[in-house]
Design a protein around this ligand. Structure first.
Ligand SMILES: [Zn+2]
Length: 273
């Protein structure tokens, strides 16, 4: 399939992250080591990005206050799967283009993947990118779960883990943490008593805090908490330096799209193979 890219995997959570990561790679010393050099242990890594775009439409999309549907794909959705093996055991890390993934769905995926790969369910970590433009895997606010999509996506994610395991090769790993203060902010603000608007989630009218009070709002006192400007990256390469995968994390909310989309949150930096 065109969008399935074995030996190629990268995820970042904002458009600006390309610039950020470039700067980090230049400015930051990356800790790295190759376990392959150590006596009997051989560190291996395998990656696979499996396409999880819906194939039947319309699909229910969650992330809004009321239910909406999408009838087309703007850009494909993926489950990006990474398997790491230190010579003694294996773990899997998966990042899914989805708004939210409920525990019961994740348990189904882990059971399937564990049966196929031998990796214990408690060694499999699955997260969602929180795009607001993906089929609903979990009811939220006024939106139902899309059962048809859930039946489709559970075995697909498990299959992605299986393919990542098949791609295991001796590897080296490096990591770094940079900072990008520009594109993060706390959207929840403490308000002067009695001025916060009706809470759209609970219907309460006497809240002290509200989301997005608006720039320069004189009734907004201060942000209710700190922000995390960290840009954390984990890089995996073959022993001769060929890129295998790059996992990055940056604290941002969604951007938004009119139909099915990973929400412009995915950037692939490496050339295929
Ligand atoms: Zn959200």
């Amino acid at each position: 399939m065109k969008n399935q890219k074995p030996h190629l995997w990268a995820i970042a959570q904002s458009k600006s992250i390309a610039r950020v990561l470039t700067a980090i790679c230049i400015a930051t010393h990356m800790s790295s080591y190759s376990v392959a050099d150590e006596q009997s242990k051989t560190f291996r890594a395998g990656a696979f990005a499996i396409d999880i775009s819906p194939v039947e439409f319309p699909v229910i999309v969650n992330g809004s206050m009321t239910q909406k549907t999408a009838g087309k794909i703007i850009d494909p959705l993926h489950a990006r799967c990474l398997v790491l093996d230190d010579g003694e055991g294996q773990i899997a890390i998966v990042v899914v283009d989805s708004c939210m993934l409920p525990r019961e769905l994740l348990d189904e995926v882990k059971d399937l993947a564990s049966s196929a790969t031998g990796i214990a369910p408690n060694r499999i970590l699955i997260s969602a990118t929180h795009t607001h433009s993906a089929p609903s895997a979990m009811g939220a606010l006024g939106t139902d779960r899309d059962d048809r999509y859930c039946h489709f996506v559970v075995p697909r994610i498990a299959q992605g883990i299986q393919r990542a395991q098949k791609n295991l090769v001796p590897a080296k790993i490096g990591w770094a943490v940079g900072r990008d203060e520009k594109n993060v902010g706390c959207r929840r603000w403490l308000m002067k008593p009695g001025v916060a608007p009706t809470n759209p989630f609970s219907g309460t009218t006497n809240d002290r805090a509200t989301m997005h009070p608006g720039y320069g709002n004189e009734n907004a006192i201060e942000a209710t908490g700190p922000v995390d400007p960290s840009v954390t990256i984990l890089s995996l390469q073959t022993l001769d330096g060929r890129p295998l995968a790059l996992l990055a994390n940056y604290s941002m909310h969604y951007v938004g799209a009119s139909a099915v989309s990973a929400d412009q949150t995915i950037l692939v930096f490496f050339a295929a193979r």
